[in-house]
Design a protein around this ligand. Structure first.
Ligand code: KG4
Ligand code: ZN
Length: 339
């Protein structure tokens, strides 16, 4: 099976071709970050317009990379949600049109399922079942993954996503959007200990980051200059990381799983990786990370998730997009026995 995957849920236009035997044969990501940076966040209408101009050239380029003609494909999949509705429609319309013109099956894929399964694109892939920590700019959740397509949300954020809290705090520190990675870099320069923030929502498996964001904001505003910004960044990052590690430990105790799989852009955070590794290895928990390219938004994960569902015989009969679409609404993927 050979699947063309299209991702346009937010501010990355991405196209991939996944072959079930050879793996990834083409993968392109065009990031709109620069376009949105001047506004300090994603402007949905600009995102849609940019997807329109970039998507078809990336499809052509991907087909050329794989030396494919339409007959070489088995199906086309696209991100149908969650995401920005205008941006999603660009991918959905092109995927559906190409599938119609090329007489191929088409399927809308859940973006979060793509993130959760991204680790499967790596050679060192986890076996099922596992617990997933999804930490991105739009989502923060702990998920019990019993089998492909079988997801139970154990906990999620009640306000800001963790990446959003990183980005908003980074903005207060004068760092350009999206500031998560820049805040982490600034934090590396500082010693811990001079500033301390309260760990938010220590109970249960849900998360809340808006109070911590406000604590950081008030601390930044109380400074007369930027001399202590690196220490504040370090204290903020440490509080976020400690909260995530503590909740992962609790979730793993609840599921009884021995594997934790990280997904989403904040999974690139080095401090999070270090602390998860040191804390969880004591309990013989194996931690899996997709490479950074597969942590942030990409079509490879969509092509892979779509491939599994096409393989299970799923097909769409009409175009659909969902700005909101919970993982718990998905049905388990009924894969053929030999897989
Ligand atoms: O998964 P992703 O690319 O987009 C969404 O689907 O939301 O995640 C992007 C988020 C941004 O908020 C970005 O600031 C954050 O991931 N991020 C980081 C780091 N690298 C990216 N946050 C903390 N530390 C990092 N090293
Ligand atoms: Zn994402």
């Amino acid at each position: 099976m050979r699947v063309l995957g299209i991702e346009t849920s937010c501010d990355e236009t991405s196209v991939a071709i996944y072959d079930e035997k050879a793996g990834l044969l083409a993968h392109h990501i065009y990031s709109q970050t620069e376009l949105h940076a001047q506004y300090g966040g994603v402007v949905p209408e600009l995102a849609s317009r940019d997807h329109i101009s970039k998507l078809l050239p990336l499809v052509r380029q991907s087909m050329a990379d794989a030396s494919y003609s339409p007959e070489d494909l088995t199906g086309i999949v696209y991100t149908a949600g969650p995401g920005l509705v205008g941006a999603l429609l660009v991918g959905a319309c092109l995927a559906t049109s190409l599938a119609y013109g090329w007489n191929l099956p088409v399927l809308g894929v859940n973006h979060l399922e793509g993130h959760v399964l991204a680790a499967m694109l790596e050679e060192n892939r986890p076996e099922y079942p596992f617990t997933s920590l999804l930490v991105s700019g739009g989502h923060t959740a702990l998920i019990e993954v019993s089998a492909p397509g079988s997801y139970k949300i154990l906990g999620e954020t009640i306000d800001d996503a963790v990446g959003e809290a990183f980005d908003k705090t980074a903005k207060q520190l004068g760092l350009p959007y999206p500031g998560g990675a820049a805040l982490a870099k600034l934090a590396e320069k500082a010693e811990l200990g001079n500033f301390r923030f309260t760990r938010p929502m220590p109970e249960g498996l849900n998360f809340s980051f808006s109070g911590l964001k406000t604590q950081a904001l008030l601390t930044i505003q109380a400074q007369s200059n930027s001399d202590h910004f690196a220490e504040i960044a370090a204290a903020f990052q440490e509080t976020v990381v400690d909260t995530l590690v503590m909740k992962c430990e609790r979730a793993l105790k609840q599921t009884g799983h021995s594997r934790l799989v990280i997904a989403g852009g904040v999974g690139a955070n080095q401090r999070l990786r270090e602390k998860l590794k040191s804390n969880l290895s004591k309990n013989n928990i194996e931690v899996f990370y997709p490479r950074q390219l597969f942590c942030t938004d990409n079509a490879a994960m969509i092509a892979y998730a779509g491939y599994l569902r096409l393989k299970a015989g799923e097909r769409d009969t009409e175009l659909h997009v969902h700005p909101r679409w919970s993982l718990e609404e998905l049905k388990e993927i009924e894969l053929p026995i030999e897989m």
